[in-house]
Design a protein around this ligand. Structure first.
Ligand code: SAM
Length: 256
């Protein structure tokens, strides 16, 4: 296992985190004045960090030991090895922290989990666009929704399927993006943890995906880029219903 050591605090380096995961980071850890990103092998990265090789077993056992359950709204996100006896104390989501983004340790995933709990009514059809680990689609199913998860990265889908099995959640996963999901719609709720520029690009397609009175939960948006999404959504005639923020990240809820 290799560690890529970046100078700075996690809050300052937050905008890099999705990129590090996209490039194959297995986990992140804050050290004194540094953030350590763990990778199976070193690669060319443009962020000015320093590579160091670590003995595999030490890293794995320390990382497993230090990974804590995460709360988001009514959900508690657990790794498969976390004991859980909290019957009645929250809705457990068991997610294997692997290569796919979506372990509940990122603000945007937590924002989306809380928003799903506020907006989803049992029986509604839900699209999780950019499903990653499947966490949001699985959460939607646990709330009584009929969930479809899609992702352009086909390598994440077996992990999403395995996570759904672990949780006893009946979720369908398909490769692709919004275009591929449209024939399976319309959806009452669309949740998408992507990034601001992509939401701007997808804005003209969002109305085609939604049922009458459908709602959109859009996150992966840095606060400083929220205006870019808001302008695109206003052009499509959407009304902003809610704006939630955690750290540098926001979630925007829209209705038609
Ligand atoms: N839904 C999970 C969560 O909230 O934690 C994962 C979100 S992760 C930030 C974004 C995911 O979207 C990645 O798995 C990526 O492969 C996928 N993705 C990126 N662009 C996409 C697109 N145009 N259509 C569908 N999925 C996309």
């Amino acid at each position: 296992m290799w560690v890529y050591r970046l100078k700075g605090r996690a809050a300052e380096l937050d905008p890099l985190i999705p990129d590090l995961f996209d490039r194959g980071a297995r986990g992140l850890e804050e050290q004194e004045g540094e953030v350590w990103a763990y990778f199976p092998a070193p690669l060319d990265l443009p962020f000015g960090g320093v590579w160091e090789e670590l003995p595999d077993e030490d890293w794995l056992s320390a990382w497993r030991r230090d990974l804590k359950p995460v709360w988001a709204g009514p959900f508690v996100v657990l790794a498969p090895w976390h004991p859980w006896e909290g019957e009645g104390e929250g809705i457990p989501l068991v997610i294997e922290p692997g290569m796919a983004f979506g372990t509940g340790h990122h603000e945007t995933t937590r924002l989306a989990l809380s928003a799903l709990a506020r907006h989803l009514r049992p029986g509604e059809r839900v699209l999780d666009l950019g499903t990653g680990s499947g966490i949001l689609a699985i959460a939607a199913a646990k709330l009584g929704g009929k969930a479809l998860g899609v992702d352009i990265d086909e390598t994440v889908l077996p992990q999403a399927e395995e996570n759904a099995r672990r949780n006893g959640a009946g979720v369908r996963f398909l490769p692709g993006s919004l275009e591929e999901a449209l024939p399976h719609g319309p959806f009452d709720l669309l949740v998408a943890n992507l990034f601001a520029e992509l939401h701007r690009e997808l804005a003209p397609l969002y109305p085609k995906a939604l049922a009458p009175e459908g709602r959109l939960l859009l996150t992966g948006i840095l606060a400083e880029k929220a205006s870019l999404v808001k302008e695109a959504m206003a052009r499509e005639g959407f009304s902003l219903l809610e704006e939630e923020r955690e750290g540098e990240w926001v979630l925007l809820t829209y209705g038609i």
